[in-house]
Design a binder for this molecule. Structure first.
Ligand SMILES: N[C@@H](CCC(=O)N[C@@H](CS)C(=O)NCC(=O)O)C(=O)O
Length: 219
């Protein structure tokens, strides 16, 4: 089995790449410019008309949406043990967190990065940014409380949902006035453990070096 991943550093494609790394099968990265105002390649638009990454290409088709790619890869490669199986009692919780991350948390991040997309008039952008920033605080608080004293989001079992959580913590940015991961002790504890995994250390090498150099906040 081999895969192609439309990819950019610091993007939502990083979580999918960590899962590919865990699988250990060959994959090709298609480096993609997603900066604001850049023209999307027709090749990408043909696969995802939204112009977003990640997009995963496999032998029989293409899918986009980070959460869907995560479930797809974990189900296709049960040997990596990154997701409870369809009849496992933790399956619901696993899906719950992936959907919550992609539909709520990720969306709040998007609103802070691109407030112009969420209001009709530029005069409302500051208000969108302010509210989505406080929304981030509320949503991370929900995750933090749910983790409580557990080892991982699912309790004892590490899963791809923890990888997704880690990815989202790397987007918490001081320059965007986001809350610091320090405000969410349980999230921070789980993210710090995820960061120890060889696959994560490899994919997030530059992010981790920036933390070591004091250029970025640690999760
Ligand atoms: N719901 C999509 C969102 C993906 C997304 O927002 N990707 C960002 C990178 S983190 C992107 O491609 N942004 C380019 C843009 O919005 O123009 C998913 O979860 O895959």
């Amino acid at each position: 089995m081999s895969y192609k991943l439309y990819y950019a550093d610091r993007s939502a494609a990083m979580g999918a790449r960590v899962v590919l790394e865990e699988i250990g099968a060959p994959y090709e990265l298609i480096w993609t410019d997603i900066s604001q105002g850049s023209t999307r390649e027709p090749e990408l638009l043909a696969l995802n008309p939204n112009g977003w990454i990640p997009v995963l290409v496999w032998e029989e088709g293409t899918i986009y949406e980070c959460g869907a790619i995560t479930v797809f890869l974990c189900d296709r490669h049960p040997e990596i043990q990154l997701a409870p199986g369809p009849t496992d009692s933790d399956r619901g919780l696993f899906l719950q967190w992936l959907f919550f991350f992609s539909s709520s948390l990720q969306n709040a991040f998007q609103m802070t990065y691109y407030p112009n997309r969420f209001c009709a008039s530029s005069k409302d952008e500051a208000s969108v940014k302010r509210r989505s920033t406080s929304r981030l605080q509320e949503l991370w608080q929900v995750v933090d409380a749910a983790i409580g004293e557990k080892d991982w989001l699912l309790g004892n079992q590490f899963s791809a949902a923890d990888i997704y959580l880690f990815m989202l913590t790397t987007w918490l940015s001081e320059s965007h006035q986001h809350p610091a991961a320090d405000s969410f002790a349980n999230v921070k504890r789980v993210a710090a453990k995820v960061m120890q995994r060889p696959s994560v250390r490899f994919i997030y090498e530059s992010h981790i070096s920036d933390i070591a150099a004091g250029k970025k906040r640690a999760p």
